[in-house]
Design a protein around this ligand. Structure first.
Ligand code: GLC
Length: 646
């Protein structure tokens, strides 16, 4: 069964009017229509048409090709007329993890100069995109905010907007003008390795927070502290079967729109300038093989561009076009004809350019489609003022102070940690208490930051890569005094009577994307995956000393056994570089109290079925305790003896 467009080039003239199949028409009609956000500026559109009219085919294809900085030089930017570049996670100027700010701005300046020194009749400025998904997280020394799973628990879109402003400023400090954020996934199964990139399983909360981040990042689009944003990943990334990354979304047409599409309405209303397409496929309730979104003209053109009126640019994901049947990562006319405008082809971009030039010359891709793509790229660049004022002229460019925003990050950390249990008022821990801190995560920037931090996976880093920020151990020492805080990662220093309380800080090792998936039928249970931490709690629990457990995790997951071994239990999620701010919350300094409420349900089973059915919730979405809303939890029923979820 093939879908698609009856685009055929007869003598160069092309009828792009798509002939929707009945299923495609049904899928498109399921999306409430919306009008384009802004009117097109006739003068700008005329300028764009003149520029496009004067471009060669090679110049046009270069403009819509997006290599990764690891695989392209400034000279090649000029030679191949490249319009946009990116660095995926784990790429830095000169591949130096500790690249200095001037290395970032220097490389940005080289790319900018190269783009403006082509032999094009009208030079077109270049734009560089980066995964600044929780602050400018690729850059050593930059403040890294909590990941979205925690920010969702803050239920505070205004905070998200302020984080967007701060992040945009930090990105502009490096000379970069495009952030691949927000993620608008509405995650239905926490097995997914990207669950922490999602604000919530509630589409309304995702929609509110996503739009807030777009407003924060983009500002007025032309300001020195503005970057363009990417609503991603269109559409249905958080709803794949069994939470498999890049897998199959089987939602009905109605759920596909109301659940997974919700964030796109508000992001487009917030005037987001780019949308990134999702790796997953869709099968409309499991009955219609729409296939990979990157190859679906019905969804990219029919829904996003026509039904929703999106007039910015659509970018593919990292080599995602190779997953479209019949395509390779360097050749995919289907994805171009589907309506994608910019192609993230990190390594094989030269071959992509050559193959796409041939596609147009040989009639597999209409020139009109290429012109539409180039027009959209130029439109976005004009909207940002890039033709009039280079990014380098921005007042934040090269400003190291713009990389750091500790107070805002500390506020976000305290607003995103959820108090799930607090029996016998174990918290707050008053000043003067003698505290034993156990658990390796207590002094680990790596575990508190999670994936997409300095590197793609957040691994291959250690505390030396985080010169700015505070671990929980440092925070506790700051609040209670060095003399009152003893750290014993393995708990061996524990002795009843020596301490007034134990603070156990445990957490998942970092991960990103498919490497973070917990594949079915594995148990989605913290202690099944990390038994040493359960043993650590056994060492200190029930010995007459209150145990306060802080868990860093990129997902909600079965932890009833850990909770039963804790008098107080805090879901810290992935707080970023300022995790130490939780120490003030633990002390109740200045009246500080927990305000966060879960934005995902917390499971009572190691085998959640997805979709958060009420019977599987230990704590429902919206749950969270505070000092002035205490309650006794007592012992919870544990699920024992399961070896797998089959
Ligand atoms: C990744 C992710 C996407 C990211 C892109 C560039 O595979 O799916 O979210 O923006 O590649 O790093």
């Amino acid at each position: 069964m093939s879908f698609g467009v009856a685009a055929c080039a007869v003598g160069g003239q092309t009828d792009l009017t798509p002939q929707w199949s009945a299923d495609e028409a049904r899928a498109i009609a399921a999306w409430p229509g919306r009008q384009p956000t802004g009117k097109l500026d006739p003068e700008v559109e005329a300028r764009i048409a003149r520029i496009v009219g004067g471009m060669t085919l090679e110049q046009k294809i270069g403009q819509i090709t997006q290599p990764d900085i690891r695989y392209i030089t400034p000279d090649q930017v000029r030679e191949y007329y490249i319009g946009t570049i990116l660095n995926g996670g784990g790429a830095w100027p000169g591949m130096n993890k500790h690249a200095r700010l001037e290395d970032w701005t220097g490389l940005a300046g080289q790319y900018a100069a190269a783009a403006l020194s082509t032999d094009m009749a009208v030079k077109v400025p270049i734009i560089w995109g980066i995964d600044a998904v929780h602050g400018n997280n690729n850059v050593v020394g930059a403040t890294i905010f909590p990941h979205n799973i925690g920010l969702g628990a803050a239920h505070d879109p205004a905070l998200i907007e302020r984080i967007g402003r701060s992040t945009a400023r930090s990105v502009r400090a490096t000379g970069i003008g495009w952030a691949f954020a927000p993620t608008l996934a509405v995650v239905q199964n926490q097995r997914w390795g990207r669950s922490y990139e999602s604000y919530s399983s509630d589409p309304a909360l995702v929609a509110a927070n996503g739009a807030a981040l777009v407003r924060g990042l983009q500002g007025s689009l032309t300001g020195d502290g503005d970057v363009i944003a990417s609503a991603k990943h269109f559409v249905g990334d958080g709803g794949t079967h069994l939470g498999v990354d890049q897998g199959e979304n089987r939602a009905s047409a109605r759920d596909f729109v109301s659940l997974h599409g919700a964030g796109y309405y508000t992001a487009l209303d917030a005037d987001v300038q780019t949308v990134m397409i999702s790796y997953n496929s869709w099968t409309m309730g499991g009955t219609v093989p729409f296939g990979k979104i990157h190859g679906s003209r019905a969804l990219v053109t029919g829904v996003l561009k026509q039904r929703l009126g999106f007039d910015g640019l659509v970018v593919s994901d990292w080599n995602a076009i190779e997953q479209v049947p019949g395509c390779r990562k360097d050749h995919c006319p289907q994805a171009i004809n589907a309506g994608i405008d910019v192609f993230m082809v990190p390594e094989d971009w030269k071959a992509f350019i050559a193959n796409t030039v041939a596609d147009v010359r040989e009639g597999r891709v209409p020139m009109a489609r290429i012109d539409d793509a180039v027009t959209r790229v130029l439109r976005v660049k004009f909207r940002t003022g890039l033709f009039d004022r280079p990014l380098a002229a921005g007042r934040h460019t090269g400003d190291a102070a713009a990389l750091v925003d500790r107070p805002l990050a500390q506020e976000a950390v305290r607003k995103s940690a959820v108090l799930l249990k607090n029996d016998k008022a174990a918290l707050p821990l008053k000043a003067g208490k003698r505290i034993l801190v156990v658990g390796d995560a207590a002094d680990s920037f790596v575990k508190q930051a999670g994936g997409w931090s300095i590197t793609w996976q957040g691994d291959e880093t250690d505390n030396r890569d985080y010169p700015v920020g505070e671990t929980m151990l440092a925070g506790l020492k700051r609040v209670y005094g060095d003399g009152n805080v003893t750290w014993s990662a393995d708990g061996s220093a524990f002795a009843p009577g020596r301490f007034d309380a134990v603070v156990a800080v445990i957490g998942e090792p970092p991960y990103a994307e498919m490497k973070g998936d917990v594949p079915f039928p594995q148990l989605l249970s913290y202690s099944a995956r990390f038994p040493a931490d359960l043993a650590l709690l056994d060492r200190v629990a029930g010995k007459g000393v209150p145990v306060v457990t802080l868990l860093y995790s990129g997902r909600t997951l079965y932890a009833t056994d850990l909770i039963n071994r804790s008098d107080a239990f805090v879901a810290g999620f992935l707080p970023g570089t300022e995790a130490g701010a939780l120490a003030d919350l633990f002390a109740g300094t200045g009246g500080l109290d927990f305000t966060a409420r879960l934005s995902f349900a917390w499971p009572n089973t190691p085998c959640p079925s997805g979709g958060e059915p009420a019977g599987e919730s230990l704590f429902a979405r919206g749950f969270g305790l505070s000092y002035d809303r205490a309650r006794q939890t007592g012992r919870l029923n544990e699920v024992a003896g399961l070896k797998s979820c089959r």
